[in-house]
Design a protein around this ligand. Structure first.
Ligand SMILES: Cc1cc2nc3c(=O)[nH]c(=O)nc-3n(C[C@H](O)[C@H](O)[C@H](O)COP(=O)(O)OP(=O)(O)OC[C@H]3O[C@@H](n4cnc5c(N)ncnc54)[C@H](O)[C@@H]3O)c2cc1C
Length: 393
């Protein structure tokens, strides 16, 4: 049976997130974007309201007997990105470190590392997969992990790591044997302050400017042997599976964030059309805008349904690689279209705060087509699932 209605608890969590977006994010959005800084009070307010991050809070809204934590997190992510996607990524909590810990960590590892997020202090998490020159094709990963006695020694260079500089737990992917290609890749837990973990450059970006994106350098960084996820000296393809399993969980989240920005831009363009359209605007232009807005509205709802399906499948523990990639590819491209149309539609007349926000969302949009795998990579994942017998390079 298909039922598209949200339960009372799901509606409550959505409303809770929307209020935060409205009260805590929109008022500081433009200033944080301009300065690339986030006030400390924002972090503390978020820590109070999202204990254990967006996913941790979602867990508390799950109704008894239901599996809906992923869907709840998507509802919240859409609302929060409607407020400000960069600020959403900066909400304290394990963030991108959670999926690999949950899917590949032992019970002890989950307790130990996710347990860090249960106190009242500010803690973040990060996932370090990308290296200069190695993003889409993780098989070429250059960061190495060598076992020396009871320690792994990590050497390498990661870049574009969201929250890398502030993260308490960094899930770092490294190869234990380059000749093994993908099969040699393993996820390791590196804690903040570990000697040999060097925080490099904080990137200055076009979009998501208030979201901190960092270079991380590992120079003979020694971590305990038990910080290897996926079991002791995991063999075969478990490490690569961990990387990919993480993306199956995070791609719908990126899709939900993109839908949130789409909605913000669509609503702002609609409000401008209804409230600020210059007098004497020619009817044919008016009709064109009406048609564009109607078309965008349909597409946004399609993107949301794709996100909800991928999240629902994750909640039901169903394999969702194809669906996660579909929603990410669709929403990641749509957000560029919607924000670009919003800029175009609202071009006439004076600059206003509404237009400044639309311009900001336009700049924020592009990265949704890049991180967690570009649109081209999503299409490869989808094609591999659709045509499993075809050997696509
Ligand atoms: C703001 C921001 C935050 C980020 N946060 C994180 C993070 O927290 N953790 C992390 O690990 N990474 C993060 N990233 C990195 C991001 O995931 C990578 O940039 C992305 O995966 C693309 O990798 P790349 O930049 O190396 O580009 P490449 O992989 O080199 O791709 C370049 C181009 O080639 C295309 N291409 C590559 N391979 C193929 C192929 N086989 N077939 C067809 N086309 C192909 C791509 O689609 C793309 O257009 C972040 C990036 C940004 C911009």
């Amino acid at each position: 049976m298909i039922d598209f209605r949200l339960t009372t608890r799901q509606q409550e969590y959505r409303e809770f997130a929307h209020q935060i977006a409205l009260e805590e994010m929109r008022p500081i959005s433009l200033e944080c974007n301009r300065t690339e800084q986030i006030p400390e009070t924002f972090f503390w307010n978020m820590q109070k309201r999202f204990r254990g991050g967006i996913d941790g809070q979602a867990q508390r809204y799950v109704q008894e007997g239901e599996r809906s934590a992923a869907l709840l997190a998507m509802l919240a992510n859409e609302e929060l990105a409607w407020g400000d996607a960069a600020l959403t990524t900066a909400i304290p909590g394990p963030g991108l470190a959670a999926p690999p810990l949950l899917s590949q960590g032992s019970r002890e590892q989950r307790q130990k590392f996710l347990g860090l997020y249960e106190d009242e202090q500010l803690h973040w998490g990060a996932l370090a997969l990308t290296e200069p020159g190695i993003g889409s094709d993780v098989a070429g990963m250059a960061t190495t992990a060598m076992l020396e006695g009871d320690e792994w020694v990590i050497n390498g260079h990661k870049h574009y790591i969201t929250n890398g500089a502030r993260a308490d737990v960094i899930i770092t992917f490294a190869t234990v044997d380059k000749s093994m290609g993908r099969a040699g890749i393993r996820p390791f837990v590196v804690l903040k302050g570990t000697p040999g973990l060097i925080i490099g450059r904080i990137e200055e970006k076009m979009g998501l400017r208030a979201s901190q994106t960092t270079e991380l350098i590992f120079e003979n960084c020694r971590i305990p042997r038990e910080n290897l996820l996926a079991g002791r000296e995991a063999s075969g393809k478990t490490g690569f599976k961990a990387a990919m399993g993480t993306l199956d969980a995070t791609r719908p989240m990126v899709g939900a964030l993109a839908v949130g920005i789409c909605r913000a831009a669509y609503e702002a363009a609609l409000a401008w059309f209804q409230e600020e359209l210059p007098a004497g605007y020619p009817p044919f232009k008016r009709h064109e805008i009406e048609e564009t807005l109607e078309d965008l509205r349909q597409r946004i709802e399609m993107a949301r349904l794709l996100v909800w399906r991928a999240a629902w499948m994750a909640d039901q523990r169903l394999p969702n690689s194809k669906e996660a990639s579909m929603c990410k590819a669709y929403a990641g491209e749509l957000v560029m279209k919607v924000t670009s149309e919003a800029v175009r539609i609202t071009a006439p007349g004076e600059m206003s705060e509404r237009k400044q926000l639309i311009h900001k969302w336009f700049c924020d949009a592009k990265v949704f087509d890049i991180f967690e795998g570009t649109a081209q990579i999503q299409r490869l994942v989808i094609a591999r699932r659709m045509f499993p017998k075809v050997n696509i390079p």
